[in-house]
Ligand binder design. Structure first.
Ligand code: PGA
Length: 250
């Protein structure tokens, strides 16, 4: 397989600046000889602190969200211009907590994707079905819609800056993981969807991470699958002891 593995840590709404600095410092040291691509996404308030620590290392600095507009009267939002100013290199968009708790829809997520790309960011676009959608046999259809709508208007050239993260909502923070086989089947399907939109070569190249209760003891099994190219890690990304073994798998 020509794709390389990409392991990202989503720290969600955890950690003060001091705590984030401690984790980032440990990761820089532990992952210095890591073979894969890495990213950490601290909360907005810790971006500057963590950015100074991961600068010029093999760990990218990511944000967990951005506003759909460049600037203006948007109380409580954070702009891509402000993220760029902090040295942020990538943005996670469409995370299930944004979709379901904060009611972001595909159109809004797509607007953010295009704005982030316009400003040169890499994007991790998250897709994934709810438990009731899986049980109703709709997992593929939901992921297809979210992928197609999320990528609307994204050019073939821009696609090289996109990573897709398949995160079944029922597996996030629940301790339940999709079996490697079930996850791989959806990854293969998403790859097919990308192929329909951008051609076989683009489908072969796109990195598709799995997310949802990834831990040291299931990471290698998941990533051994043909279509699983990395992980977007939440809970286990909060400590070096749990993140490093995932990041250094293989
Ligand atoms: P989890 O979160 O690893 O805690 O399940 C994953 C995510 O939300 O990205």
């Amino acid at each position: 397989m020509s794709r390389s593995y990409y392991i990202a840590g989503n720290w969600k709404m955890h950690k003060t600046r001091a705590e984030a600095a401690e984790l980032a410092t440990a990761l820089v040291k532990e992952l210095r000889d890591g073979k894969h691509k890495y990213l950490v996404a601290p909360t907005f308030t810790a971006l500057e602190t963590v950015g100074a620590i991961v600068k010029r290392t093999n760990i990218l600095l990511g944000a967990q969200n951005c506003a759909a507009e460049e600037q203006g009267a948007h109380t409580g939002e954070v702009s891509v211009l402000q993220l760029k100013d902090l040295g942020v290199q990538a943005v996670i968009l469409g995370h299930s907590e944004r979709r379901h708790t904060y009611k972001e829809d595909d159109a809004l997520i797509n607007k953010k994707v295009k704005l982030a790309l316009k400003h040169g960011f890499e994007v991790i676009l998250c897709v994934g079905e709810l438990l009731e959608e899986r049980e109703a046999g709709k997992a593929e259809a939901v992921c297809e819609t979210q992928t197609v709508k999320g990528l609307e208007g994204v050019t073939a050239e821009e696609l090289s800056k996109i990573t897709i993260a398949y995160e079944p909502v029922w597996a996030i923070g629940t301790g339940k993981t999709a079996t490697p086989e079930d996850a791989d089947a959806i990854h293969a399907y998403i790859r097919k969807v990308v192929g329909k939109l951008y051609g076989a070569d683009a489908a072969e190249k796109i990195i598709i991470q799995y997310g949802g209760s990834v831990k040291a003891d299931n990471a290698a099994l998941l990533m051994a699958k043909e279509n699983i190219d990395g992980a977007l890690v939440g809970g286990a990304a909060l400590k070096p002891d749990t993140f490093v073994p995932i990041a250094k798998f293989g």
